[in-house]
Write a protein that binds this ligand. Structure first.
Ligand code: SF4
Length: 186
């Protein structure tokens, strides 16, 4: 398959999946980008749940993202928390209402139905290929990798089953190392 065909497939898939979630979002008065913000915040770690992290991940300006954050806060889908150590940093925390909305929309029910028809091995192949493609696009665009913590070069496994971030020197739990990070590096 050449680059043109892959591009067309990705675009078609995005359109089909977006059409379904758009209906649910309209009922909640939300834009697709606002769902993307919530989705990112549900998957990122405590170093990455800031306005800057969201903007870098989505490749948007901080101004655009701050508008979305205002809407999400007004609708009770996120709350703001000042960092314990650095009062200049504001963490964005998703609420239980946001989690319910994400469970309702991601993955889209059409996608859930379709993926049941693909064998486990096929799903693994698709995941690996899409991961490689995403990494290549991020590199080509000079974007950060935002990979999962346990694949980061700074991640150190400790004897007690926890992990240490070699960059921040803070202990990470097994749950935290499954999250994505804006400082991820390979
Ligand atoms: S180990 Fe890497 S990915 Fe994990 S928290 Fe530290 S910098 Fe982020």
């Amino acid at each position: 398959m050449n680059a043109n065909e892959i591009h067309n497939h990705i675009e078609r898939l995005s359109n089909l999946l977006r059409t379904e979630s758009r209906q649910i979002l309209m009922e909640h008065g939300l834009q697709p980008v606002q769902l993307e913000v919530l989705h990112y915040l549900s998957a990122c770690n405590r170093y990455s749940n800031t306005g800057k992290g969201v903007a870098e991940y989505l490749g948007q300006t901080k101004g655009t993202i701050s508008q979305s954050i205002k809407v999400l806060e007004r609708k009770g889908l996120i709350t703001k928390q000042t960092d314990h150590d650095d009062k200049r940093i504001i963490h964005l925390i998703i609420t239980s209402s946001a989690r319910n909305l994400l469970n309702e929309t991601i993955p889209a029910s059409l996608f859930r139905k379709a993926s049941k028809k693909i064998k486990k091995h096929g799903m693994e192949q698709i995941t690996n290929s899409l991961t490689s493609l995403l990494t290549a696009v991020q590199k080509a665009n000079g974007l950060k990798s935002f990979g999962i913590c346990h694949t980061c070069k700074h991640n150190i496994i400790l004897n007690d089953g926890n992990y240490l971030c070699g960059l921040t020197k803070e202990v990470l739990t097994p749950k935290e190392v499954q999250l994505i990070c804006c400082e991820h590096d390979v």
